[in-house]
Design a protein around this ligand. Structure first.
Ligand code: MOS
Length: 767
């Protein structure tokens, strides 16, 4: 990567919230309270599927400290919401469609009284047969989750001629892969506080990802006007896609509307696991063909996602799965059939990677199987097919963003972990096998063919410092320090001269959603535009103050400097002058992602911009117990130019550990519609003891269209991890896992079934 001289961009500057976060003193939405505040809680369905015959809240309402018990009758309008399909009730009316579906909302003066009231509400249900298997859900005659049936979305996208390609292929492999659900497991469960502000606006301080989108959904669903609602999102204790929806927002808004008082709502951990969003479990069937020289020819793919009871962002998640199911490779012929099936299994929606991890597990397993059949080195085979800038993608789309996958694979090939591997690894005692696996990954960032716009505001404060305002939210990713660096670089001022405020609809322009790894790219580009305009305004003021022409003036750390004389004027002097004239010096920059037409049958395919990654995993497999230990991870992400190496690494390391959990530990077990793992005693996530040494090696070029060359990095670090680990398990044992998480039980069963393979692998000196 070429490295122009930057003063702030590319520097590992510690984030300003680091100490507050490490010490626990930072105030997340759940930590924020108000005098006179009421508490609230949600009565949730204990059944996966049932008709609501009667709700009797009279006893609960009569409790002395209860302010309100709200049901569907209190919800104005149609009582349905949803980003793509308005299928989800604010409070259930005719039916409940999953365990955890909200039925009533209690507001009381104490948290204890909320619990008392929740116990006293009587709901008479008529049990309905539940459908909890997406395959069953699609069969005629199965119970219907919604009146329109169980197909939430279905599409088929084909380019080229797969059958013709299969006929001339040297090798074809066909397999079915299964991936499990995953709980976001944030430090802070879903939470918020609502109240009327001094201007009588319904105001929410809430843990979310998209204040403007939240606001729009609240207005639409509850029939409020745009200027009647304010959404503020302080630093959030984790989101990962799980807070890219509005159940808490709608309940808080409703509670404030009905009581007129400040109301707080904090979900419990069990509630977060049960009623919170999860990753879509998937079945991915793939038939992949290659020529004898290792050229990929065709991919026929069937994707089936368990949607759970409501659409959420699922329709878009499905598109991302379709778009990325061929991996970061040229694939001239594709036939992709994809379905979202409603079931009574909770609600699945966005989760870091957004559909890409499911299909990458399948594709990157296929790549290893193909390589072995072709007798090609696993990395060499990938390199022969890896996308290059300017290539045509599977959807006949031109890949114009930087494409770092070649570099990632080359550097993986030269990494000592890869070069030093011995397959199968040297024995670590008779029953432990070591192996190394490789996997590549791709995921688009920004919203693809959906409209995608961002804006940022910069204001010169009285102090002479600059306040940057964006509406994207700090969900732990380190967005604020990256924005401060981008702004300081663009304004040519000191980093300490910049403060970043974010996440509210009152002061910030609409930067749109904090998702799809898009914040740095959209927000950063908008900040640079605002900074350019700010410099024009500053130069104009300075020219008047100094009596010199604007063109001889230049922005610098302390103020505007003349290039002709040694005179200068400080930013605070410019601010003071503006204030004395009752002016404010403020600019707004906007950045729109160029529009692309969605391909037929899709919502957001193709993206213009993609992130890439390659990962190496080293594992030790105990072949007696099936326990897999990941001992090393090397992740080589292409997120464009790195704005802040510390936060970049933090994102990739966090994603890698979340990917490790997805690969071998985390399993949201849903049986007959009941979540069997509703807490952290049963839903296990990786701890520090499971976290291996992780090496992060950024690759790729500066993205021409990005802010100082940046793309995005929030999600890509997760995507190659699961296949890298299962490929490493195969390397160690000769046994392939077609289902994740590769829990000890699954690995043990696979080893038992492939008993012969263990010996085979030991004897074999594979490439
Ligand atoms: Mo995300 S999974 O695009 O918040």
């Amino acid at each position: 990567m070429s490295k122009p001289e930057f003063r702030w961009v590319g520097k590992p500057i510690p984030r300003k919230d680091a100490y507050a976060k490490a010490s626990g003193s930072i105030a997340y939405p759940s930590d924020i309270s108000m005098p006179g505040m009421l508490f609230s809680g949600v009565l949730r369905s204990p059944l996966p599927h049932a008709r609501i015959k009667r709700i009797d809240a009279s006893t609960a309402r009569a409790l002395p400290r209860v302010a309100a018990v709200l049901t569907h009758e209190d919800v104005p309008g149609k009582n349905r919401y949803g980003a793509f399909i308005r299928d989800r009730p604010v409070l259930c009316d005719d039916k409940v469609r999953c365990v955890g579906d909200p039925v009533a909302l209690v507001v009381a003066t104490t948290a204890e009284e909320v619990e008392n009231a929740l116990r006293l509400i009587q709901v008479e249900y008529e049990k309905l047969p539940a459908v909890t298997d997406p395959v069953e859900a699609l069969k005629p005659g199965s119970p219907k989750v919604h009146e329109g049936g169980n197909v939430c979305r279905e599409t088929r996208i084909s380019f080229g001629d797969v059958e013709e390609a299969f006929r001339r292929a040297a090798v074809i492999v066909e397999n079915t892969y299964r991936t499990g659900s995953q709980v976001h497991a944030y430090l802070e469960p879903e939470a918020g506080l609502g109240y009327y502000d001094d201007a009588k606006r319904l105001t929410l301080i809430v843990g979310g990802q998209s204040p403007y989108k939240d606001k729009a959904e609240i207005c639409e669903t509850l029939g409020l006007k745009e200027d009647e609602v304010v959404v503020i999102t302080p630093p959030v204790g984790g989101a990962f896609g799980g807070k890219d929806d509005v159940p808490v927002q709608l309940h808080l808004a409703l509670a404030v509307l009905k009581t007129g008082k400040p109301v707080k709502l904090v979900w419990g951990r069990g509630e977060s696991c049960i009623a919170g969003l999860k990753r879509h479990p998937a079945t991915v069937k793939m038939k992949t063909a290659a020529a004898a020289d290792g050229t990929l020819l065709a991919n026929r793919v069937e994707i089936l996602f368990d949607k759970g009871a409501y659409a959420g962002l699922g329709p878009a998640v499905l598109d991302v799965a379709i778009e990325n199911c061929n991996g970061p490779y040229r694939m001239p012929n594709v036939d992709i059939q994809a379905t979202l099936a409603y079931t009574n299994n909770g609600v699945m929606s966005a989760f870091r990677g957004f559909g890409s991890p499911q299909v990458m597990f399948a594709m990157e397993s296929q790549m290893n199987i193909l390589a072995e059949k072709l007798g090609l080195d696993r990395i060499e085979f990938r390199l022969r097919n890896a996308l290059r800038k300017g290539d045509e993608g599977a959807f006949r789309n031109r890949i114009n963003s930087g494409v770092g996958i070649q570099e990632a694979l080359e550097r993986a090939r030269n990494h000592e972990l890869w070069r030093g591997r011995v397959s199968p690894g040297p024995g670590l005692g008779q029953w432990t096998k070591r192996g190394v696996g490789v996997a590549a990954a791709i995921k688009g960032f920004t919203l693809g063919a959906l409209p995608d716009k961002g804006a940022a505001k910069i204001r010169l404060l009285d102090s002479g410092r600059f306040e940057v305002n964006v509406s994207t939210t700090e969900i732990g990713q380190g967005m604020t320090i990256a924005f401060a660096q981008i702004a300081a670089e663009a304004l040519r001022c000191d980093l300490d001269d910049v403060t970043v405020a974010c996440g509210d609809t009152l002061n910030a322009p609409d930067t749109s959603v904090t998702s799809a790894s898009r914040s740095t790219y959209l927000g950063g580009n908008a900040i640079i535009k605002a900074a350019k305009e700010m410099q024009t305004l500053l130069a104009r003021s300075a020219a008047e103050l100094l009596g010199e022409p604007e063109r001889t003036l230049q922005a610098g750390p302390s103020g505007i400097v003349s290039t002709r004389t040694d005179r200068s004027v400080t930013y605070s002097a410019i601010a003071e002058r503006a204030k004395s004239r009752n002016l404010s010096i403020e600019t707004i920059g906007t950045f729109d992602v160029p529009r692309v037409e969605p391909i037929a049958g899709s919502l957001e395919i193709p993206h213009l911009f993609y992130m890439f990654a390659c990962a190496l995993a080293e594992v030790e497999v105990d072949i007696l117990t099936g326990v897999v230990k990941v001992t090393r991870l090397v992740v080589l992400p292409d997120g464009g130019r790195v704005i802040n190496p510390q936060t970049f690494e933090g994102q990739v390391e966090g994603a890698a550990i979340q990917g490790l959990g997805y690969a071998i530990i985390e399993e949201a077990k849903i049986e007959d519609g009941f979540l069997k793992t509703p807490n952290f005693a049963t839903y296990l996530i990786p701890t520090i003891k499971d976290a291996p040494e992780i090496e992060v090696i950024p690759v790729g070029e500066a993205e021409e269209t990005g802010p100082f060359g940046a793309k995005g990095v929030g999600e890509i670090g997760l995507v190659p991890i699961a296949p890298a680990i299962t490929n490493a398990i195969y390397d160690a044992t000769g046994v392939r896992l077609f289902e994740i998480p590769a829990t000890p039980e699954r690995v043990y069963q696979a080893l038992k079934k492939g008993g012969a393979a263990i010996n085979l692998a030991r004897a074999r000196g594979r490439t």
